[in-house]
Design a binder for this molecule. Structure first.
Ligand code: B1M
Length: 213
């Protein structure tokens, strides 16, 4: 079994204690950090999701796989992110109310930070009021980035964007959205300024949004 396959297997089986070591070994063998992330870890989570959908595993197994992935990302982080200066300004990121998924949002935050933003991460299950309050405390914020992973929290994303669109500071910020069920068409429909499919393109989009100001 290749090292990347081993990482995938450990994430899938939720072996949090072993994943970090396997990721380090894969790096030492010269494997590309992005490939370890995309093939080894995100690929494994896709398998976990499929198994959940088919009732082969249940929520606890998804949870341990998520924990294992987080351990692996900790080891990978210095190899993916090149360090932050905050030169591009502040960006607030959150997973919307009702949604507890944070792995994708964390990867997006990591890539955006390494692109040069100062990232304020409000976590998961974040109501619009909390995001607005955070903006008021940080009025130099340039971008608000929102993640939603469930079809059932797409309305929550819509409501959050609507609340931001109705705010008196709307002209000072750009809103970007993403997450597996989100599409460009949905982003346009709810009045966001941008949408991207993955963490790397989210960083590019954030930069584009501030340079288009
Ligand atoms: Co949940 N879950 N889950 N889950 N879970 C999914 C999302 C699901 C697809 C599994 C399935 O059925 N196949 C399904 C959703 C189905 C749907 O909505 N149609 C699902 C379900 C149903 C649920 C529950 C309802 C299960 C239940 O309780 N019966 C429940 C809901 C809880 C809640 O949120 N209220 C639930 C719970 C959980 C856990 C808590 C156990 C755990 C999350 C732990 C955690 O995050 N800390 C979990 C997990 C692990 C998953 C899967 C297996 C993996 C998610 C993940 O981390 N993917 C997932 C199946 C899957 O994704 N294939 C599943 C890897 C991650 C890197 O990808 O998050 O897509 P992703 O992020 C990507 C892009 O989407 C994008 O970039 C990221 C990096 O490339 N992106 C952005 C994300 N945010 C962005 C923002 C941007 C731009 C891009 O700009 C701002």
């Amino acid at each position: 079994m290749s090292k990347i396959q081993e990482v995938a297997d450990l994430v899938e089986r939720g072996k949090a204690k072993l994943v970090g070591k396997a990721v380090q070994e894969a790096l030492d063998e010269g494997c590309d950090a992005a490939e370890i992330l995309n093939v080894g870890m995100i690929g494994a989570m896709a398998v976990v999701g499929e198994k959940f959908k088919n009732n082969e595993i249940f929520v606890p197994e998804m949870l341990v796989a998520a924990r294992a992935m987080k351990k692996g990302v900790e080891v990978l982080k210095p190899h993916l992110a090149s360090g932050s200066t905050g030169a591009l300004g502040k960006l607030i990121i959150a997973t919307v109310a009702g949604d507890l998924h944070d792995i994708g949002k964390n990867l997006v935050a990591m890539m955006i930070e390494s692109a040069g933003f100062e990232v304020i991460d409000l976590g998961v299950d974040v109501p619009a009021e909390k995001i607005i309050e955070c903006y008021r405390e940080n009025p130099d914020t340039k971008v608000i980035a929102l993640s939603a992973l469930l079809t059932t929290t797409m309305p929550s994303l819509r409501d959050t964007v609507a609340a931001l669109n109705a705010s008196d500071f709307r002209g000072n910020i750009k809103i970007m959205v993403g997450g597996a069920p989100i599409t460009q068409a949905f982003a346009d429909e709810i009045g966001a300024d941008g949408y991207s499919t993955d963490a790397a393109s989210a960083a590019t989009l954030a930069k584009q949004l501030v340079s288009a100001e």
